[in-house]
Each structure stands twice: as C-alpha cells, then as structure tokens.
Design a protein around this ligand. Sequence first.
Ligand code: SF4
Ligand code: SF4
Ligand code: FES
Length: 237
Amino acid sequence: MSNNNGNNNGNKDSNNTGSNIGGKGKMVTITIDDKKYEVPEGTRLLWAALENGVYIPHLCGIEEEEKPSAGCRLCFVEIEGFLNPTTSCTQPVKEGMIVRTRSKRIDRMVKNAFELLLSNHRLNCGKCAANGSCELQKIAKERGLKLRVSRMRKLDIEAPVDDSPENFSYDPAKCVLCGRCVWVDHNVAKVGAIGLVRRGMGRKVAAFGETTLAESNCTQCGECVQACPVGALAMKK
Ligand code: SF4
Ligand code: SF4
Ligand code: FES
C-alpha cells in the first residue's frame, strides 16, 4: 500500500495505491470544485480526486476493496443530479459528473462524523506515536476542525493496550475502527490473525478468541501498522 492522500504531505494515510476498479481503458471528464479532470471511467471518486491532488477526508476507504464498508462517513461529496450527498469512496465516476467537495451540508456532515469519532478516541497527540503523521490531525487541519470534542459526551475507554508484539503495540482507545489493518492482514499479509469483534461501543480489533497478539497466529510482519491511519497500531521506539 503506497501513500496518496491528495497533497503528499507525508501523512500516515497509507491505503491508496494506484489501482482502480475501472482503471483500464476509457477516460472520462469530471468536474470537481469547478476544475475539470480526465480520469479512468469507473474509478471511484475518492481515489480519482486524491490522484489529482484534491483532498477529501477519509479513514476507512481502501482502494482495492470491491465493496467498501463506507463506515467512517467522512468522504461525503455533493454530485449534481443527486438528491443527497454521497460517499465518494463508493461512487464510480461517470462522464460529465459534476462534484462539489465542500458545501454547508457537506461540512456539517463531516464535522458531525469527525466529532463522533473523537468522542471515542483518547486524544493525547503530544505523547502519541502518530503525532505529525496522523490522519485525524490532517482532517482537522484540512477542514478547519478542532481536535477536541465539544458537543458530544466524551466516553471512557477502558480497553487495555496490547503491547505483546515485539515491535509494535495496539491501543484500542486510539482505534477509529476503520478496518484497514484487518483488510491488509487478510489480503496483503494473508495471515488472518485479526478481525473486528463485538458490536456497539465494545467494538474493537482483536485476535481470534481475543487473545493477545503474541498468543495469536499473528506473524508480527507489521503490515497492519503501516496501514493504520492513526496511532492505534504503532511501532515501539
Ligand atoms: S491518533 Fe492522532 S489524534 Fe489521536 S492522539 Fe494520536 S496523533 Fe492525536
Ligand atoms: S487499529 Fe488502526 S487500522 Fe486498525 S481499525 Fe483501528 S484505526 Fe483502523
Ligand atoms: S472513506 Fe468513505 S466512508 Fe470512510
């Protein structure tokens, strides 16, 4: 998984490779924020935008994934002719498509989704391994959002850190449940050590049987750490 986050600032966003679902053959012209772009027909809009330097907030999107979960609700855009905003990670581009990445409605939706994520996140950037390369920090900067929870109840997150692997650790209190680590574990590393378990507020990434990673079949290859957009999976110093 290579890095392509729209403005190449060395961000920890690592899930956007050059491939596309419709990335072969015909090119189509789309307009994003009044500017025209030639992109491969069928490419999903999020990746077409990022490929052309247009940043759209995103956490859960995986370019190679055939059926995106669209769980983070951060990548909304307005498309002319569509009644409601749509998630750009699920929307294939079409000839003549006219897209707006910002509007009052979009900004409100992104702000709400962002605050919801932060309400279940232990913010301590100064002591965090992802400080300076974190996708949450990037979204806050790009969209002028505050990295604090103002309107929603801050939740207490009790789950312990798993620092059983030799070189990295997993902190559930920093996890935004984007699922990227699970996807690379299953599809890139092809190990199948971890999954998203439980429902509701207890949802987290865990090894089978919720053992520590060291006790599981995790090979400690580190692919999941590279895929994590925040400081939940982090290399030990
Ligand atoms: S994951 Fe990102 S937002 Fe959260 S504490 Fe670490 S640097 Fe800050
Ligand atoms: S550990 Fe990181 S990559 Fe895995 S679900 Fe949590 S935030 Fe996403
Ligand atoms: S990246 Fe589209 S919903 Fe998360």
